[in-house]
Design a protein around this ligand. Structure first.
Ligand code: PA5
Length: 431
């Protein structure tokens, strides 16, 4: 279970300010639970961990086994909520260097998340001589970036395996009934998985959207769902000691007090794509109607040597949320060296976990002194269960926080704006 440590905001927000937000948190919680708030038709993720479609989960696991057997590479085509969660899970639970390590599961290549010919060209070259499959993911089925990438990779797959062979290697994750990808999958006979109608892209990591690529990388998705289920239970109480209420209320209190930017910080480099996923989740959910905390993320200690100066000493509109893991999967100790020319003798024999934790404590203390309120989300170790728990926790806190700030946390009307201009420039019919 995730703990929200608010000791680092006590110089900025007092207990009674936080407590006064309990009424708003309760109202937001009721809206999420009842589905009666704005965008309530997209709150299917709230009960997903207990209502998971078992038959679909079996098919996901079977498809992942097939991919593992017949492919050394899986191309995952999707953008935004249709890829960030899977990438975050694979990097955190396996490794950011997953594709470089020797393993008995396929490489996972993400495509369809940009329009760069340089990038797509490199990825096409990479898979040309490999045995590969494709998981194309698009809820709407009309998003340009994945649609372009799918055309390219499908063409290559058909050249390699013939139309019939390619068909058996394409897995489409999309709407149950609507959209161009669904129609194409029906026409071509691809195996399909469902993005439920009541779950939007950025809340979909625990559906087939995330689970098929994650399972293909050899990660136990049942454990992940179990972690999410336990967290769902833990967050069900409507009380101010609900850890998601505390996070949402702290963010709102700080925002209303002038802290307009939230930095998500972690001392595990493998967490980097969790930061990317979190930015989409909160940015797209809250950034509308002229409102919203701007979400940024940093990877410590690396970014202490780049962004550290600004965070310590720049414009004081920042709040910071640390995600910490109190157990390490690897124990590495600093070696001793009689010469001690590097002056590190005082660290000899001490674990990296201890040193990294000291860096976190020191950073937090310095930033608080510098005028940056710090929240800490505390987890046990990095595991499938904790990934499931954290993703559920953050989705729930985001839904709460969105409703508390008076916006619809489940739409993204602003995303359409650039598309209209791009389509007009490219001469798309109707634009
Ligand atoms: O959260 C969202 O709904 C969006 O970010 C989508 O995930 C993203 O735009 C991709 O959309 P689609 O899956 O329809 O291609």
């Amino acid at each position: 279970m995730i703990k929200t440590d608010l000791s680092g905001i006590s110089d900025f927000v007092n207990g009674s300010e936080l407590f006064s937000l309990a009424r708003e948190a309760r109202a937001a919680h009721c809206l999420l639970e009842s589905g009666k708030g704005e965008g309530g038709e997209f709150t299917g993720w709230v009960r997903l961990p207990e209502a998971y479609d078992g038959e679909e989960l079996e098919r996901i696991l079977e498809a992942a086994d097939r991919i593992k057997k017949d492919s050394d590479t899986l191309i995952v085509i999707g953008i935004g909520g249709s890829y960030l969660g899977a990438r975050a899970a694979i990097e955190l639970l396996k490794s950011p260097e997953y594709n470089l390590i020797s393993k008995d599961t396929p490489n996972i290549i993400f495509a369809g998340n940009n329009l760069s010919g340089e990038y797509l060209g490199r990825m096409l070259d990479f898979v040309r001589d490999r045995e590969f499959s494709i998981n194309v993911i698009s809820k709407s089925g009309t998003t340009t970036e994945p649609a372009v990438a799918f055309r390219l990779f499908r063409e290559l797959l058909e050249q390699k395996y013939g139309i019939g062979g390619a068909r058996r290697r394409i897995y489409a994750t999309t709407d149950r009934a609507r959209g161009a990808l669904k129609q194409l999958a029906l026409a071509e006979g691809y195996e399909t998985f469902v993005v439920p109608d009541d779950i939007g892209g950025r809340y979909s990591v625990l559906t087939a959207v995330g689970l098929l690529p994650i399972a293909s990388a050899g990660i136990d998705v049942r454990k992940m769902l179990h972690g999410a289920f336990s967290e769902m239970r833990a967050l069900s109480e409507k009380r101010m000691d609900n850890e998601a209420w505390r996070y949402a209320a702290a963010r709102q209190a700080l925002y209303r007090g002038g802290k307009k930017i939230e930095i998500l910080a972690c001392f595990e480099p493998a967490f980097r794509f969790m930061g990317e996923w979190w930015k989409q989740l909160f940015g797209e959910s809250e950034g509308k109607d002229g409102l919203g905390i701007f979400p940024a993320s940093v990877e410590y200690t690396a970014d202490l040597h780049s962004m550290g100066q600004y965070i310590q000493d720049g414009e004081r509109r920042l709040m910071e949320t640390f995600v910490s893991f109190d157990e390490s999967r690897r124990e590495i100790f600093v070696p001793s060296d009689k010469e001690n020319l590097d002056g590190l003798g005082y660290l000899a024999g001490r674990s990296l976990a201890e040193i990294n934790r000291a860096a976190l404590e020191a950073t937090k203390a310095a930033h608080i002194r510098g005028g940056v309120p710090c929240i800490e989300l505390k987890l046990g170790g990095i595991s499938e269960e904790s990934f499931g728990a954290l993703s559920y926790f953050l989705e729930f806190a985001c839904g709460l926080s969105g409703y508390m700030s008076g916006v619809n946390p489940f739409d993204q009307p602003g995303v359409e704006e650039y598309k209209r201009d791009m389509f007009r420039l490219l001469g798309k019919p109707g634009f």
